[in-house]
Ligand binder design. Structure first.
Ligand code: OKP
Ligand code: ZN
Length: 343
């Protein structure tokens, strides 16, 4: 299959991250995408192509226009106010506070448009966000044009970004953009299968009231794992979306057997929904050696995931999300893709 990749991701570098009482170098770093690209090449997965330029109209189909228009202004405003280092939110409008009034200063606006301190900006961040979005759309176009599958090597990732908020390293929800784009191109139903270790709270929020996108998440139980405030098994969707959101929270220590049982159930529900296309939010932070995660999948398990998804027999777009064991991220991510191709 073809891979879509942009070198512009690399400008999103040197971000700092708040981790349990310390500000440390971000886990979501450029080498992640470079290890994956190198493995795509060494495994001869297929051609690597650059993204086609797109305006932001497709992003505004799943995000609010004011949120999307805000993103390119963050770094210029942050520096204009004299700040140095990563632009990062520190105050959020939670219960009892006014979440409906955008403040005037960038410090406040960052909180207004986020749910945590995890989506940080440096100088090259907006260009990276835009290129990641274009990578997803370009790969979606390949699938629309008849390729059985395509790989969007997105960085930064997207599944924590909601209609009007960023967080968890995510800004534009690339998988959600692609799913909506398929619908706008004539698909009747789309399934999003999110296998990243963390619950894709943004994707769930965007489609929660919708029956034309089935959202399935396999993830660490939010009772004990980030993002903590969404991803429970009793979240089924609402209104038209009732029954079309499925969560499979799993405990720390989950290995292939436990995880695969969830995948099997998820694939049965996906097949019953009979979508025209599947968008896989492909995170490989379920890996046993991932530095921020608590599942126990091994490198030998990733091709099995790809093989199972291939058995659905549906056009499939893979969109890169998380994975922080950088030495093995290429082996694991590309392992899913070669497994999908049954080789
Ligand atoms: C992004 B993706 C802070 C831990 C929070 C944020 C994790 C974001 C994961 N002590 N870390 O889903 O891989
Ligand atoms: Zn993750």
């Amino acid at each position: 299959m073809k891979t879509v990749y942009s070198p512009l991701h690399a400008g999103h570098a040197g971000q700092m991250e708040l981790v349990t009482s310390a500000i440390v170098p971000g886990f979501e770093k450029p080498s992640r995408a470079e290890f994956i690209r190198a493995r795509v090449e060494s495994e001869k997965l297929g051609p690597i192509i650059g993204p086609v330029e797109h305006d932001l109209a497709a992003a505004k189909r799943v995000h609010s226009a004011d949120y999307i228009d805000f993103l390119p202004t963050v770094w210029p405003r942050w520096t204009a106010e004299g700040h140095k280092g990563s632009a990062m939110a520190f105050t959020w409008p939670t219960r009892g506070l006014r979440g409906d009034v955008p403040p005037q200063r960038i410090d406040g606006l960052l909180g207004y448009y986020s749910f945590d301190a995890g989506a940080t900006f440096v100088e090259g961040t907006w260009a990276a966000i835009k290129s990641s979005y274009e990578v997803a759309l370009t790969a979606a176009e390949l699938v629309k044009a008849g390729e059985p599958a395509a790989f969007a090597l997105c960085r930064p990732p997207g599944h924590h970004a909601g209609a009007a908020f960023m967080g968890g390293y995510c800004f534009i929800n690339n998988a959600a953009v692609a799913a909506q784009w398929f619908l706008d191109q004539g698909a009747r139903r789309v399934s999003i299968l999110d296998v990243d270790y963390h619950h894709g709270n943004g994707t769930q929020e965007i489609f929660y009231g919708r029956g034309d996108v089935q959202v399935i998440n396999l993830h660490g139980d939010p009772m004990t794992e980030y993002p903590f405030f969404l991803g429970h098994a009793d979240e089924h969707g609402i209104g038209e979306g009732e029954g079309f959101n499925l969560n499979y929270p799993m405990p720390f220590g989950t290995d292939w057997d436990g995880w695969n049982a969830s995948l099997e159930d998820a694939c049965a529900k996906l097949a019953a929904y009979a979508p025209d296309v599947v968008v896989v939010s492909l995170g490989v932070d379920t890996f046993e050696k991932d530095p921020i995660s608590q599942f126990k999948l091994t490198s030998a398990d990733y091709p099995k995931i790809g093989r199972r998804i291939a058995r659905l027999g549906l056009p499939t777009l893979f969109v890169m999300e998380g994975g922080y064991a950088v030495e093995e991220i290429g082996i694991n991510a590309v392992g899913v893709l070669t497994g999908f191709e049954d080789r």
